[in-house]
Design a protein around this ligand. Structure first.
Ligand code: AMP
Ligand code: FE
Ligand code: FE
Ligand code: ZN
Length: 294
């Protein structure tokens, strides 16, 4: 049983359409796929369509841009009702922040003598609903300024880089509550990835998040070293949190994050879905989606 609960399509910063992503996951022997584009559910319908036709089990999700104690934190939400107004309102605020950051980022790049405009980025960004730094990176590649996304982040766009611009993100605690009220469950994405500075989110912080409704921790992720995974697994056991593992696949947009490179144990998925079913019942949101193909 191969369960991969965290992937991106070109509706955010992955490089494949939702349809192609589901098809490929199916041919590559993934049994359960989570589609978790950043801050949008735009890819859901297309993915559901292909999943139904191929017999793929699909878990609809979102990777939400949140903030905790001044740090950026990614929160995976599974099976929330996307029509729940407070969730939609918050997603719109985050997407507005993404859009308004773009001109500011390009301004920074122009100050570095890199001549790039919004059209250059929109062209490579294609069908995205969640404009982001990876699309600026792709435009820089297309202009021949850098070789790949990695170099773009290392040289310009990373949080310490000269073209970095802050953007709005949702309050983490509020978002955990909003997803629960929408009938979904939440899992902290790559909580201790080295790329993020999560010193604020230590064991005590995670215990507190559990108390406000967090369901799980993404333990097995490429950006976690073996010792980090071991520590997070212990913490999850102590706090009775669900343990997930996933690829965080972005198509060709991120190296070493191939589909199924990390997976979730079937019994952990079962626990997560059980919690989602309870959240859906408690929320009274009849539009909270179930797992496709289950
Ligand atoms: P943004 O959402 O615009 O703040 O950009 C953050 C996104 O950039 C994350 O979702 C990552 O997937 C992606 N990202 C961060 N660092 C890198 C990198 N070095 N190479 C490729 N993608 C990256
Ligand atoms: Fe991403
Ligand atoms: Fe992430
Ligand atoms: Zn991700």
């Amino acid at each position: 049983m191969r369960i991969d609960l965290h992937t991106h399509s070109n509706r955010s910063d992955g490089t494949e359409s939702p349809a192609d992503l589901v098809k490929r996951a199916h041919t590559e022997g993934i049994d359960v796929l989570g589609l978790t584009d950043h801050d949008t559910t735009e890819g859901w319908d297309e993915a559901v369509d292909v999943a139904e036709r191929t017999g793929m089990r699909l878990v609809r999700g979102i990777e939400l841009s949140c903030t905790f104690a001044g740090y950026g934190v990614h929160l995976l939400a599974y099976l929330p009702d996307p029509t729940y107004p407070p969730l939609g309102d918050e997603l719109r605020r985050v997407l507005d922040g993404r859009n308004s950051r773009l001109p500011a980022t390009l301004e920074r790049l122009r100050a570095l003598d890199i001549d790039i405009d919004v059209h250059d980025v929109r062209r490579v960004a294609g069908e995205t609903a969640a404009m982001g730094r990876p699309h600026v990176a792709d435009a820089l590649v297309a202009l021949g300024v850098v070789r790949d996304r990695n170099e773009a982040f290392d040289t310009y766009l990373g949080s310490q880089g000269p073209a970095y611009v802050h953007r709005y993100a949702a309050d983490l605690e509020d978002m955990i509550g909003t997803v629960a009220a929408a009938g979904g469950v939440t899992v902290l994405a790559h909580p201790w990835a080295s790329r993020h500075n999560h010193s604020a989110l230590d064991a005590d912080g995670i215990a507190w998040l559990r108390d406000v409704g967090l369901a799980g921790l993404e333990v097995d992720h490429e950006d976690h070293a073996p010792a980090v995974r071991a520590a997070l697994r212990r913490l999850a056991r102590d706090l009775d949190l669900v343990v997930t593992g996933s690829s965080d696949h972005h198509g060709v947009g991120k190296v070493d994050h191939e589909l199924g490179c990390n997976t979730t144990a079937p019994e952990e998925l079962e626990r997560l879905l059980d919690l989602a079913a309870r959240a859906a019942a408690a929320s009274g949101r009849s539009a909270a989606p179930g797992v496709v193909g289950a």
